[in-house]
Unconditional design. Structure first.
Length: 114
């Protein structure tokens, strides 16, 4: 999945470079009291970068929450696997004790009629 994201980022970067080469007109942008002057492509690429950062900031809390949830699930799985192994050992021990009580061989136990 990381490869797909890397390829997607590369495609976006290539498109951004092509866009920057084709849109080199100088513009003046007004933002509150600032009026910076720069190329159209630079202004739009900075806007794109700010949008990506804002998007990542919105995604960060859910990613952290999911990470904590996954960590908790892994701990629970480990605990349940350990408990399962203990139960299997108990069942095996009880089966061994039953065989000792019934006789030393499994043939000594009466079979059910068919």
């Amino acid at each position: 999945m990381a490869t797909v994201y890397l390829i997607l980022a590369l495609v976006i970067a290539i498109v951004a470079v092509i866009f920057a080469l084709q849109n080199s007109a100088t513009i003046t942008t007004g933002f509150f009291v600032c009026t910076p002057t720069g190329s159209l492509s630079l202004v739009l690429l900075i806007t794109l970068a700010i949008g990506v950062v804002v998007g990542l900031l919105f995604l960060a809390p859910s990613a952290v929450k999911s990470s904590f949830r996954v960590s908790g699930h892994r701990k629970r799985i480990t605990s349940l696997e350990k408990e399962l192994a203990e139960h299997k050992a108990t069942v095996q021990r009880l089966n061994d004790e039953k065989l000792k009580i019934d006789g030393s061989s499994p043939e000594a136990t009466p079979s059910k009629p068919k």
